[in-house]
Design a protein around this ligand. Structure first.
Ligand code: ATP
Ligand code: MG
Length: 586
């Protein structure tokens, strides 16, 4: 690898990370001990919202700031743990009074407004199941997910209801209640209730439901990067993984101000944008507004953010905006930077080390895993381009599928499928109404992730590509990530998506779609320069044969490049499920 390892201070020097020595933590870790960091409820009951909110009151921390909310218009609201406990109690009482009980599904379709956070935790307190939807979904994706998830209640806003739900609401007879977060009691659309009015009437005392660890708590829909999104089911026990990975992999301390930029409509926004910072007793920062480079830097500075968790798409946009902007802000409080969702190009890691004085720490996980599984821990040296090492309590492997199950691949840097040994608490317990598909994920005692990766001699994992995206060309297995990372090194390149195109001779050939940075125009000369750069970096067998320029690449709403769509369009094939597509280049 051409990238230098970023060395970290030896344990004991400088800041005090929660995980001081990776090998020691990995060797001594047990999930039982992790569970004991939580309080639990009498009789072995466990409830995510109790661990996130109310137990801090029992420990005398009710006055501590739990949630700081920044509105689009620069208004802000602060909620202490005590206030959050009372508001979520009110929400749980609203549900109870509406006859919504254990296991009933409560959906949310809202921007990042305070009521969304209150509804999430209040639903869990009630023993009901919470399923957040991304507010930018169109009517059909909202409907299909609510139908699949058997929604009993929807929490939304009046505008979103009128635009996206009203037309088909009566087609979903099981949908009993619609609560509008921003509506008063007069002139409500028929069949809806004012959440504010209901909350005001409700008591602020509530006995949290004594949920069992394996009771269903959350349903999260996957990002739809590779096809139709699946509804992954998670249980209350998952909180043990949220808590401990927040503590070890994101290094959350109680005095931290944590900004996870993901929307709760995606699993990251729930596991680390709500649950983990709260179980760790920290302050959670929520920004209602969408990405804007200046706003983000201002927020990092003014809110004295210490732990920042974001995604490669945002990091690429910040890189595009330039290092000079970063330098204009006082970011001295920023202590730990982490990224998830897509491969993080080594270029971005090196850039961040320069722009912020500290690098982004990539970590890997999926909606299905519920929490971080592979991470670059704060005390661990970073190899730019690597996802890091398995979190304590998680056994990972590289495997090959064969006729009789799977075999583990022991040789370093050999490509295979990334597999995890089932048993960590936040593992999904099913895909909604897709039992067969769920069962097929488990082979020979492993959960197979569908991602291809390699492990080096030091135990670091390297992402190669999704099994669906990997290119087979003239006997070579080519991961799009490697090709994309090489092109990203070129100063003109802002974003790249790489696909395989069928070829009668090679099987497939590599084609790249490139979006350029401001100030660069597509030209034949630039195309040649990029092809040359890639050939020099990757060799002729792996380098793209062809490059097309695009103003934008198609992405999911969570910011992932949709290679399947680049491919379908290139080959004139059906485009498949587009419910999560954000920027459409057509
Ligand atoms: P779908 O399953 O619907 O196609 P999706 O897989 O994108 O969508 P998510 O569960 O949100 O849905 O994303 C998990 C996937 O994202 C992983 O399987 C992996 O392919 C990718 N991913 C997440 N983090 C990383 C990372 N750090 N490096 C590389 N890839 C990552
Ligand atoms: Mg997936």
């Amino acid at each position: 690898m051409p990238w230098d390892t970023i060395r970290k201070p030896a344990a004991g020097e400088g800041a005090r990370p929660n995980l001081r020595s990776y090998p020691e933590a990995y060797a001594s870790f047990t999930w039982k001990a992790a569970r004991q960091e939580l309080d639990g409820l009498p009789g072995g009951a466990l409830n995510i919202a109790h661990e996130a909110v109310d137990r801090h009151l029992a420990h005398g921390h009710g006055g501590r700031l739990a949630l700081r909310w920044l509105g689009k218009d620069d208004a802000s609201r602060d909620f202490t743990y005590g206030e959050l406990a009372r508001l979520t109690n009110r929400f749980a009482n609203v549900l109870t009074e509406l006859g919504i009980g254990k296991g009933d599904r409560v959906f949310a379709l809202a921007g990042r407004i305070p009521e969304l956070y209150i509804a999430a935790l209040g639903t869990l307190k009630n023993g009901s199941v919470f399923s957040p939807l991304f507010s930018a979904f169109g009517p059909e994706p909202v409907r299909s997910r609510m139908e699949l998830g058997d929604a009993r209640v929807l929490v939304t806003t009046e505008a979103l209801y009128r635009k996206k739900v009203m037309a088909w609401r009566n087609d979903l007879p099981q949908l009993r209640q619609v609560l509008l977060a921003d509506a008063g009691e007069s002139a409500l659309p028929p069949g809806t209730l004012s959440l504010t009015a209901a909350m005001n009437r409700a008591s602020e005392n509530f006995q949290i439901a004594p949920t069992r660890p394996d009771d269903m708590a959350l349903v999260h829909f996957t990002s739809g990067t590779t096809g139709r999104p699946k509804g992954a089911v998670h249980v209350h026990e998952a909180v043990a993984a949220h808590h401990i990975t927040g503590k070890l992999a994101l290094d959350i301390h109680p005095e931290d101000r944590v900004w996870c930029t993901a929307d709760p409509g995606w699993v990251t926004g729930m596991s680390y944008g709500i649950i983990a910072p709260l179980t760790n007793g920290a302050t959670l920062l929520v920004d209602e507004a969408e990405f804007d480079a200046e706003r983000w830097y201002r927020t990092l500075q003014n809110e004295r953010v210490t732990v920042w968790y974001t995604a490669p798409t945002a990091i690429r946009m910040l890189m595009k905006a330039g290092t000079e902007i970063a330098r204009r802000y006082d970011l001295r409080h920023l202590r730990f930077l982490a990224s998830v969702g897509e491969p993080l190009n080594p270029e971005a890691v090196v850039w961040s080390a320069e722009a912020f004085g500290r690098p982004f720490h990539d970590n890997w996980w999926q909606t299905e895993t519920g929490g971080i599984m592979i991470a670059n821990f704060p005390s661990m040296d970073i190899k730019p381009g690597s996802m890091g090492r398995p979190v304590p309590g998680v056994e990972a492997a590289i495997v090959e599928r064969g006729k009789d199950g799977v075999a583990t691949v022991e040789s370093p840097m050999k490509v295979g499928e990334l597999a995890l040994r089932p048993g960590w608490p936040s593992m999904f317990r099913g895909y909604l109404h897709e039992d067969e598909r769920y069962r097929k994920c488990f082979v020979g005692g492993w959960y197979l992730t569908g991602d291809l990766a390699m492990r080096d001699a030091d135990g670091y994992y390297w992402f190669v590509g999704r099994a669906d995206d990997v290119i087979k060309s003239a006997g070579h297995l080519i991961g799009p990530f490697e090709v994309e990372s090489a092109l990203m090194e070129h100063p003109a390149v802002a974003e790249v998506g790489v696909i395989g195109k069928p070829d009668p001779v090679a099987g497939e050939t590599v084609k790249a779609f490139v979006a350029l940075k401001a100030g660069h125009e597509p030209s034949e000369a630039l195309r040649k320069a990029l092809l040359g750069h890639a050939r020099q970096r990757l060799g002729a067998a792996v380098a793209p044969k062809d490059i097309d320029f695009r103003a934008n690449l198609p992405k999911t709403r969570s910011g992932k490049i949709m290679r399947r769509l680049l491919k379908a369009r290139e080959l004139g094939l059906p485009e498949g499920d587009l419910s999560t597509l954000e920027s459409d280049e057509k």
